[in-house]
Design a protein around this ligand. Structure first.
Ligand SMILES: C[S@@+](CC[C@H](N)C(=O)[O-])C[C@H]1O[C@@H](n2cnc3c(N)ncnc32)[C@H](O)[C@@H]1O
Length: 313
């Protein structure tokens, strides 16, 4: 069972929706943990770990009625639906076959299917009343918005006064220059990636064509503020590994050198910010807005950082 908040005909002709629909159909017979690994690069344990860190930082914000924006496979909604103080969570996603085929399996395996509700729709048109939800959460989906401010205004509308939003998303450093930003967006996916994600191998698909945007720290803050939010903070959970620190040092190479090197599309937060992760390990209130070396216990070693944007209506 799922709710429909959009006319399905309107979305199926978007090329990236087609790719993700294919993914859902081709992966439908695979074990659900494998589907999670491929779509969201997280296990249920990793997801739980991130949510526990967020609760330690910002308190138990997942109480009452919530909505997950761009929920994809909806592992976040599943885990939140198991929390005793959560009443209900809508998992809003635009790709029809992800909603119809994958989400029910995720809820059955990891969630409480009575409290987690799949919704086919867009985060730009949330069919809920003004001031009706207690919290909003999203994982790596808002940077896909074609108009971040409009999407955030819609989120603000449905939140109750005092309600919280948590966006776990890509946050580029303010130092990201225009050239590097363009290189990142125009970068084409490899054949291996296309194959692994069940996209058409004959298409040259750039990250931009796949709906990606690169949003700097100051741009996120400005958009949240303009939408009406207050108490905005961005905290960084990091994996304090050699690779992580090496990237943060390499990212400071001047662009005219970097663009000709194998690091031409490397973007990381600079070392003079991230070195905090060496000694800060606790996601607790006094560390809000800082770089916290918290991800070392996560299984997927490729995950070097997660940015936690928090704001209040
Ligand atoms: C990179 S994935 C993020 C992973 C996803 N949160 C998950 O846990 O599986 C981005 C998700 O946002 C969805 N999305 C993009 N634009 C959307 C929109 N306008 N409304 C709802 N979902 C959208 C995509 O279909 C995709 O599933």
């Amino acid at each position: 069972m799922y709710l429909t908040w959009i006319n399905e005909k309107k979305i199926n002709n978007l090329s990236w929706v087609e790719g993700r629909n294919n993914f859902a159909r081709k992966m439908s017979k695979k074990p659900i943990n494998k589907v999670l690994e491929k779509y969201v690069y997280l296990s249920s344990k990793d997801t739980n770990y991130i949510l526990t860190g967020i609760k330690k930082l910002h308190g138990d914000i997942f109480q009452g009625v919530g909505i997950e924006l761009g929920a994809g496979v909806a592992i976040f909604s599943a885990i939140i639906s198991k929390m005793s103080r959560n009443k209900k969570i809508y998992a809003l996603e635009l790709v029809p076959d992800i909603v119809k085929i994958i989400q029910p399996k995720v809820f059955k395996r990891y969630g409480n299917a009575k409290k987690a509700i799949s919704v086919l729709g867009s985060f730009d048109d949330i069919r809920l009343k003004n001031n009706s939800v207690d919290f909003i959460v999203e994982y790596d989906s808002l940077h896909h918005s074609f108009n971040l401010l409009d999407t955030l205004k819609e989120a603000y509308r449905v939140l109750k006064p005092g309600g919280k939003i948590i966006a776990i998303d890509r946050v580029q450093p303010n130092s990201l220059n225009k050239n590097l930003k363009n290189r990142l967006l125009n970068n084409k996916y490899s054949k291996d990636w296309l194959n692994a994600n069940h996209y058409d191998l004959n298409k040259k698909l750039s990250r931009k064509m796949n709906g990606e945007h690169e949003i700097r720290d100051s741009e996120w803050r400005k958009a949240f503020k303009s939408a009406g939010f207050k108490n905005i903070s961005i905290t960084h959970f990091t994996r304090p590994s050699l690779k992580f620190f090496a990237y943060s040092i390499l990212t400071m190479i001047p662009d005219f050198i970097k663009k000709r090197s194998k690091y031409s599309i490397l973007s990381a937060h600079p070392f003079h910010h991230v070195f905090q992760s060496l000694y800060l390990r606790q996601p607790e209130e006094r560390n809000i807005g800082k770089y916290i070396g918290y991800l070392h216990l996560m299984k997927n070693k490729k995950i070097l950082s997660k940015n936690i944007i928090y704001a209040v209506k």
